[in-house]
Design a binder for this molecule. Structure first.
Ligand SMILES: Cc1cc2nc3c(=O)[nH]c(=O)nc-3n(C[C@H](O)[C@H](O)[C@H](O)COP(=O)(O)OP(=O)(O)OC[C@H]3O[C@@H](n4cnc5c(N)ncnc54)[C@H](O)[C@@H]3O)c2cc1C
Length: 395
């Protein structure tokens, strides 16, 4: 692929750069101490501003509120967000998973109804896939939906549901044919989280936050027009969503990682190690440079994946390579931060001595989940082994 930007791409980049310089809020770091809900509201307002400026959904169709630009311009967008030190957007799963799934599998009516409100953050989305006995082996899920006139009646339980507490809508996978082989009888439904019978119960993580939840569905009525794709063919739709989660979703993470490494490099000049600035410690210098290089590798790999998706429209199994890379890279970077910052790095926000209001202890603890969410590293390696390298199945 050609990594040089075309004239159009350069014009796009320059226009965006000017807009970001004028509009990126400067106080996001000061919000670290605030509650999960307040921080979410802040990011929601920021996303709304991007949307009003015409910068949400760069590669989404114009008819549905997007900019209709190329995937490469989408990549430039994330790079410029990182360069400007911009906060991330609020509707993470709507933008990264549900929107692309609806663009690929949804009806025109569904695209009209949902896409623009995802971009404006007017409606927040969550993903109801995992169950207590169905994570890596998602197809063994048991939540079911039975047809009753113009509605499906949904019963079951989901778990580890990120943003469930904030969500207006859920992309839910349910079993609609119990007699069919396990991959065949599944259907994807769009469920209004305010429907009677939906209960959201927070789960407390080791970070202390309740970022994700258990969801309970008791006789929840979902209109048949909320089916995505075909009845009993939900596996194809769910895999489409997961391919985006593993393939394109990580693009936005580069913004966060770049901010993290820039801040670590800055801190290395003042934090002491063996009575001199950490930046003068050969081991720390090696590790900082290694992380910096890996973030650049992540960016280039993403560009390669995006250019391949431009040709086919759908991410392929090689998205698993990106997923392993970003998740394990963040764990290495957070581990390195702890080594460099020493015990002060472990203090939390409420303690006056904590560095950066405790973001390093939070970052370290939160990174442990990276190699589990969106499919564990073992599952990604199985996918790469089987679908990319053509090796026999592991089971
Ligand atoms: C931070 C976070 C956010 C999440 N958000 C969501 C969300 O929004 N929506 C949602 O639906 N889910 C979400 N999840 C759930 C996530 O998708 C599952 O946790 C994940 O798929 C693993 O499933 P499990 O927890 O049931 O583990 P299991 O599937 O029980 O796996 C247990 C262990 O066995 C290993 N293993 C299992 N099968 C194999 C195999 N065939 N070969 C080799 N090793 C294997 C796994 O790698 C793992 O180490 C989230 C998880 C986390 C940590």
């Amino acid at each position: 692929m050609d990594l040089n930007l075309t004239q159009d791409e350069l014009a796009f980049r320059d226009e965006l750069r000017v807009w970001l310089e004028a509009n990126v809020p400067k106080d996001w770091d000061e919000w670290r101490d605030e509650s999960l809900e307040s921080r979410f509201d802040y990011l929601r307002r920021w996303q709304r501003k991007l949307y009003d400026g015409g910068w949400a959904g760069i590669s989404w169709p114009k008819d549905y509120g997007g900019r209709g630009a190329s995937l490469m311009q989408q990549v430039i967008f994330w790079q410029e967000m990182a360069r400007a030190g911009a906060p991330p957007m609020a509707n993470v799963l709507g933008l990264g998973l549900v929107g692309p799934t609806l663009i690929a599998f949804g009806t025109d009516a569904q695209k009209k109804r949902y896409l623009e409100k995802i971009l404006s953050a007017e409606e927040i989305w969550c993903q109801g896939f995992s169950e207590p006995n169905a994570g890596s082996d998602l197809a063994s899920l048991r939540s079911d939906a039975k047809l009753d006139g113009g509605h499906y009646i949904v019963n079951g339980q989901k778990v580890w549901n990120s943003y469930g507490w904030a969500a207006d809508w859920c992309e839910l996978v349910v079993r609609t044919d119990a007699a069919a082989p396990k991959h065949k009888g599944l259907t994807v439904l769009l469920v209004d989280m305010k429907s009677p019978g939906v209960e959201v119960r927070p789960l407390r993580q080791m970070t202390g936050e309740t970022e994700f939840n258990e969801l309970f569905f008791r006789d929840v009525r979902v209109p048949v027009e909320n089916i995505v794709g075909k009845v009993n063919h939900g596996w194809d739709v769910a895999i489409g969503t997961l391919m985006h989660e593993r393939g394109t979703f990580g693009a936005g993470l580069q913004v966060t990682y770049k901010r993290t490494i820039d801040r670590l490099i800055e801190l290395s000049r003042t934090v002491e190690r063996n009575k001199r600035p950490a930046a003068q410690d050969p081991l720390i210098r090696q590790k900082l440079a290694q992380c910096y290089a890996e973030i650049e590798i992540m960016r280039l790999n993403q560009m390669r994946a995006f250019s391949r998706i431009s040709a086919t429209g759908i991410p392929g199994p090689e998205g698993s390579i990106l997923k392993i890379f970003w998740s394990e890279l963040n764990q290495r970077m957070q581990q390195m931060a702890q080594e460099m910052l020493g015990p002060f790095g472990q203090l939390t926000g409420s303690n006056g001595h904590a560095i950066d209001k405790g973001m390093w202890s939070y970052g370290y603890l939160r990174s442990r989940g990276n190699t589990i969410e969106a499919g564990t590293s073992e599952i990604q390696r199985n996918i790469i082994g089987h679908f990319v390298l053509g090796l026999p199945k592991s089971y």
